[in-house]
Design a protein around this ligand. Structure first.
Ligand code: ADP
Ligand code: MG
Length: 342
């Protein structure tokens, strides 16, 4: 595994589109780094700069283990790539697809056979070796794409939304498999996704991107619990928001107030997660009230939307044993440790 770094890498396309502002990014050897952000924020462009499919604007450098690879084309960087669209060769068998990179590198037939066998076993697709690609399901195709990318023993694995085309259940299964695989191989991996749940599950660290800029870099927990900006706070998970003003240790808002000893005097808005929001217990002195605007039964819990006179209702999850009626008044409590101001 090699560390990878981007130094001052910007990208302006020939039509003038500025896809990436100058970024600096260091990926540790063996780390899984996730690039996360909405469509068009520059994730794929960043990945393609690392792969050597694009050149950074003048002054940008890409380093693999300290070696400057900026001028090296993709075939000399020895990276494995996996795409949303699989990009497999439909006229070749599974085994031939996996062997593709080995053939390009003129490895002997015996070596190719051995490596293909190893990759089939690694991805647990031995029985698919002689199938043609169009006989495979989406999940099987993505396993083949992973096997093909890894067969050449790449210095890094680059994945661009590899699970986006799959249905939810399969996405969960493959997310788990990819996580185990990356851990087992200890390979440096850069994983692009617009799905925040996927990013949090897979990333050692997450880079949140916004219009070609890095909005925040950190471990999933840091990003979730200590978002650096409103953009990050709202992109990762769900964030509840109350607007109002501080009165000493109390934040006053249309729905009532929230007591918070550390409340900054200038606060005009406080933020907190759904899991730090709950229905007040019977007899508990509640300071915040609202009316139920939607209640979605989710089996083990109810996802409740409570209108407290804000632009958006507050969201919380509550045990399903009690039913909630639309328009019913509820008293809420907010856990102090979850409060933040940005
Ligand atoms: P993401 O992968 O986050 O969706 P991209 O990196 O693909 O974003 O694109 C970032 C921006 O650059 C977008 O505005 C996109 O339209 C633009 N872009 C991407 N590739 C090209 C290209 N070859 N020529 C011009 N603009 C491009
Ligand atoms: Mg993309």
């Amino acid at each position: 595994a090699v560390p990878i770094s981007l130094e001052n890498c910007a990208k302006t396309f020939t039509d003038g589109t500025r896809a990436l502002e100058p970024v600096d990014l260091a990926i540790a050897a063996g780390e899984t780094l996730v690039l996360l952000g909405p469509s068009g924020c520059g994730k794929t462009t960043t990945l393609r700069l690392i792969a050597g499919l694009e050149q950074p604007d003048a002054g940008g450098r890409v380093l693999f283990g300290g070696e400057d690879v900026t001028a090296l084309p993709i075939e000399k960087r020895n990276v494995g790539m996996v795409f949303q669209s699989y990009a497999l060769f439909p006229n070749m068998s599974v085994a031939e697809n996996i062997a593709y990179g080995l053939r390009l590198r003129r490895q002997s037939a015996a070596e190719q056979r051995a490596r293909v066998g190893e990759m089939l076993a690694l991805m647990r697709i031995e029985r698919l070796a002689d199938r043609s690609i169009d006989q495979l399901s989406g999940g099987q195709r993505q396993r083949v794409a992973l096997a093909r990318a890894l067969a050449v023993r790449p210095r890094a694995l680059l994945l661009d939304e590899p699970l986006t085309a799959l249905d939810a259940k399969l996405r969960d299964t493959l997310r788990f498999e990819i996580d185990s695989l990356l851990r087992e191989l200890g390979i440096t991996a850069i994983y692009v996704t617009h799905d925040q749940a996927e990013a949090m599950a897979l990333g050692d660290r997450i880079v949140v991107m916004d219009h070609g800029r890095i909005a925040q870099v950190g471990a999933p927990r840091d990003i979730y619990q200590r978002p650096a900006s409103r953009y990050v706070a709202e992109f990762i998970g769900t964030m509840n928001r109350l607007s109002g003003h501080a009165e000493g240790e109390v934040f006053r808002c249309p729905g009532g107030y929230v007591a918070w000893p550390e409340l900054p005097a200038t606060a005009r808005e406080i933020l907190f997660r759904p899991e730090d929001t709950r229905i007040a217990a019977e007899g508990e002195a509640a300071s915040l009230h609202g009316t139920v605007s939607a209640a979605f039964f989710c089996g083990d819990h109810v996802r409740l939307f409570v209108d407290v006179g804000e632009e958006r209702p507050l969201v919380l999850e509550t045990p399903a044993r009690r039913e909630y009626r639309h328009g019913e008044t509820v008293a809420l409590a907010v856990e102090r440790h979850g409060l933040m101001v940005l």
